[in-house]
Write a protein that binds this ligand. Structure first.
Ligand code: RB5
Length: 146
């Protein structure tokens, strides 16, 4: 599976490390920027990546900013995107099992990189449980008419 990945300047170096990690655990990634530590606006990157998840071009995406919060607020405005800020392996696991999250948001200033690698692995390797959780997600999607 190919994973979309993007960050703002606060997450740039972190993104580079996660790209290498993704390769190590057998995932290809497509980098949608930013490409340096020069200051940029996180919504631009969240919107670009989220539209590609929304369209089905990518099944999963990873967004990184200082806290993960700005990225998640933006990503969740895009129809069909279910973005989750995860600071623990447990929240990453349940974001997939119960929420079918399709975008993982990480905070480079919050979560140490080694913990982030564990979070990414669990996020990508956990399947949605479906069942009662699917009908709950349908209720969320009805808000945006899908
Ligand atoms: C940039 O300084 C910072 O505000 C951004 O990376 C992010 O944390 C926003 O939510």
């Amino acid at each position: 599976m190919k994973i979309a990945i993007a960050s703002d300047h606060a997450g740039y170096e972190y993104k580079e490390k996660l790209k290498t990690f993704l390769k190590e655990i057998g995932f290809n990634s497509e980098d949608m920027g930013t490409y340096s530590s020069e200051s940029v606006d996180y919504p631009d990157y969240a919107i670009t990546l989220s539209k590609k998840v929304s369209s089905g071009e990518f099944a999963q995406g990873i967004l990184i900013c200082g806290t993960g919060i700005g990225m998640s607020i933006t990503a969740n405005k895009i129809t069909g995107v279910r973005a989750a800020v995860c600071e623990s392996v447990e929240s990453a696991k349940y974001s997939r099992l119960h929420n079918n999250a399709n975008v993982l948001c990480l905070g480079a200033r919050i979560t140490p990189i080694e913990k982030a690698k564990e979070i990414v692995k669990v996020f990508l390797e956990t399947e949605f449980e479906g069942g009662r959780h699917a009908s709950r997600i349908e209720k969320i999607h009805r808000l945006t008419g899908i």
